[in-house]
Design a protein around this ligand. Sequence first.
Ligand SMILES: [Zn+2]
Length: 334
Amino acid sequence: MKEDKFLYNWNILGHVNIVQYLQKIVKKKNFLNTYLFSGAEDVGKKTVARYFVSSIFCSSEENIPCNKCNDCLEIKNLTHPDLISVSLEEGKKNISIEQIRDFRDKFSLTPMRSEFKIGIINDTDRLNPESSNALLKIIEEPPKNSFIILIARDTDKILPTIKSRSQNIIFGGVKQKEIYDYLVDGGADKNLAQELSRFSGGAPGVAMAYLKNPKEWEKRKQDLREIIEIMQSSINEKFKWIENIVDKSRTQDSYSVLSKTLIDFMRIARDLCIFKTDKHPELIHPFLQEGIKVVSEKYKVEKLLEFYNFANNSRNIIFENVNPRLIFENLLLI
Ligand SMILES: [Zn+2]
């Protein structure tokens, strides 16, 4: 293979060390059995995984991955015969054992087009005990010329025996300035780029998704405005809001709804604390500044920290069938 085949063409924001490391092992074709890509949602784990796999399968002679050849396109569309992937199905609480068995059957077949068979398990933190054990068996006895990339937000929820057999690659947040520059270079309005890069919390995927969908961004801002408004409203209004969220968590993916709302509360609590203590507060939600000012004046820092901690701890127990009504009553009636 010619050396110049490795003019890598990875369009990745941040994660420089991870990218360099993965490019090096692509070049050496020296893969471990299991990698665990962990880090916040939309920080870039899946994008890096796609470039990693494409660089191994791409059939172009230069500019790897070319993003144009059949292999590259099939990886993008998840139809490549040598790439087997599993994700949490919409509305489901866990990845089922049937999904992992189906994965195993396809993964154990000899590679059809490439030298390797690659498996991707998205949402590895959403396996249940049975599917975790089934996955562990595959990892313990992997088929020849294969490896698996596990992708997860929360590694605490992964079986320790799976973790200990994986190389954990931790994705930290990308700097706000880097995201801002990237958005502006791509033609985004400076104010919007500022708003989105702050809001993204280091996850470029978040900023880019909203940049592509301004309507969704306005809707998202409206949801956040509602939270800061509800913190200032009457008890009756608060109960009404809580009923609404409880209903939503019944009709939609309960974990996502609750987790997302609690993260919103945590991030708003963070802004409230910063606003109270910092002379020049850099808010995650500058568009909420007026409401944040009003609410932060109502409470002492200790109370706001308590509020933050309660939201954070609640996030860790929402899997355990706790009553969401109780969580939000405790949060809003501080
Ligand atoms: Zn290609």
